[in-house]
Design a protein around this ligand. Structure first.
Ligand code: PLP
Length: 453
């Protein structure tokens, strides 16, 4: 490739996602990633970078999987596209729905397909409101979500999301969404007992339901572990309390598994780790390991019974709902996860190894906390050891500063406010985990003068 030319074209013509276009122009365009293998990506300048983010929380089986290439090619040859609008379906789509029902288990026996996580959450919103109208409770329209949540970038997804900086763009949130506290103990409950903190933030959900009026509340939605918010692992007891509150008021429980599905937390789905039973489960990313865009919403039999009894049309769906090529790739991806025992690997081997390795950073003077669950984790950066104080004048900036140093040192991580977060492929080796932690340690030391300046 002619990399300087590609970077020039990037500035001239391409508007990348979630970007500051002035900054991209200043730095002369995006880094061009040209190829990848296993857990390593390569840029056009010939740098090898360990991918501590599995792309964008999604390349669960790692890069370079010939089987996925073949599955796509064969399906493209056989039938590259057909829709699901005309009382039609394709073999991979139906087989994938059945496979997902098997993995979801219990009452989650039905699946609606979309192309992205954002679309999955739009589907959730419309499906839930349709359900309540069919049930004869059309006033139940309000969604309760959490501050700093991420549920996508469409108008509904970004509204359900609780990222304040996203809301002014497009005049969000759309009506009918209430945001309550997030279970972010390090920031919002530093000196509290873990269970007491979990109980307090869960209680805020119940308080809001009462304030809004339970008869108006349709659903609660939450990521099992908040990803883009900074890998926020909820405290003990939190999810069980949330589930009990939803049950008490007859509110649907939506668990966003877009990041946590497909082995990330050492179970097929994160809700299985926390022992709760959602009514709806949006998923994407790891469903195809990012090889093709596909997402799904797992839906309970109780909801589908109401849809069937209503005998009306759910007037919602996308051209690419159930895309056969994406579905064929997702099926093969799940087969790989099963055959290689990657879910068990995260639970019994790679996850515990990662947690141990992270502990090596605890002694660093800039590290306030390390935390992980399965193969997702975060390092909190603080100005003063033993506190959660951030660098004055640089609040919210330490993460990106350390991230940039990590990338320079050959590791892709994400800097989220004052933390760096990791979400590597599920196939990452022990040696690569060690390298990831070593690079973060070295980068913290290198970045310290800039942080203290
Ligand atoms: N939900 C969660 C929890 C996510 O992390 C994301 C994306 O990062 C989404 C939804 C949106 O998915 P997509 O970017 O595929 O639209």
């Amino acid at each position: 490739y002619n990399i300087p030319e590609l970077r020039r074209l990037d500035v001239e013509h391409h508007l990348p996602a979630q970007a500051n276009y002035a900054e991209l122009q200043r730095i002369g365009g995006s880094r061009i990633i040209t190829r990848a293998e296993g857990s390593t990506i390569y840029d056009g300048e010939g740098n090898a970078i360990l991918d501590g983010m599995a792309g964008l929380w999604c390349v669960n089986v790692g890069y370079g999987r010939e089987e996925l290439v073949r599955a796509a090619a064969e399906q493209m040859q056989e039938l590259p596209f057909y829709n699901t609008f005309f009382k039609t379906a394709t073999p991979p789509t139906v087989m994938l729905a059945a496979k997902l029902a098997e993995k979801l288990g219990g009452k989650l026996q039905h699946v609606f397909f979309n192309a992205s996580g954002s679309e999955a959450n739009d589907t959730v919103m419309r499906l839930v409101r349709y359900y309540w109208s069919l049930k004869g409770e059309p006033k139940r329209t309000v969604f309760i979500s959490r501050r700093n949540a991420y549920h996508g970038s469409t108008m509904a997804g970004a509204s359900l999301g609780g990222m304040a900086h996203m809301h002014p763009i497009g005049g969000l949130p759309i009506p009918g969404i209430e945001h309550v506290a997030q279970p972010y103990k390090f920031n919002e409950g530093f000196n509290e007992d873990e269970e007491a903190f979990g109980a307090r933030v869960a209680q805020e959900i119940e308080d809001r339901i009462i304030k809004v009026g339970p008869e108006n509340v349709a659903a609660f939605i939450g990521e099992v572990v908040q990803g883009a918010g900074g890998v926020i692992i909820p405290p003990k007891g939190y999810w069980k309390r949330v589930e009990a509150i939803c049950e008490k008021y007859g509110i649907l429980l939506v668990v966003d598994e877009v990041i946590t599905g497909f082995g990330r937390l050492g179970e097929w789905f994160g809700f299985q780790h926390f022992g709760v039973t959602p009514d709806l489960v949006p998923m994407a990313k790891g469903l195809s390991s990012g090889y093709l865009p596909i997402s799904a919403v797992g839906v309970s039999s109780d909801i589908v019974k109401v849809l069937r009894d209503g005998n009306g049309e759910f007037a919602h769906g996308y051209t690419y709902s159930g895309h056969p090529v994406a579905a064929a790739v997702a099926l093969k991806n799940i087969e790989i996860i099963e055959r290689e025992g990657l879910v068990e690997r995260v639970k019994n081997d790679a996850g515990p190894y990662f947690a141990e390795a992270l502990k090596r950073l605890e002694g660093d003077p800039l590290v306030g906390e390390v935390r992980s669950l399965g193969l997702i984790g975060a390092v909190e950066i603080v100005a003063k050891k033993g506190t959660n104080e951030r660098f004055t004048g640089k609040e919210g900036k330490a993460g990106p500063i350390v991230r940039d140093t990590c990338i320079k040192n050959g590791l892709m991580v994400r800097g989220i406010r004052d933390s760096v977060v990791m979400c590597p492929p599920l196939i990452i080796t022990h040696a690569e985990i060690d390298r990831m932690i070593d690079i973060i340690g070295r980068s913290l030391r290198e970045a310290e003068p800039a942080l203290r300046a």
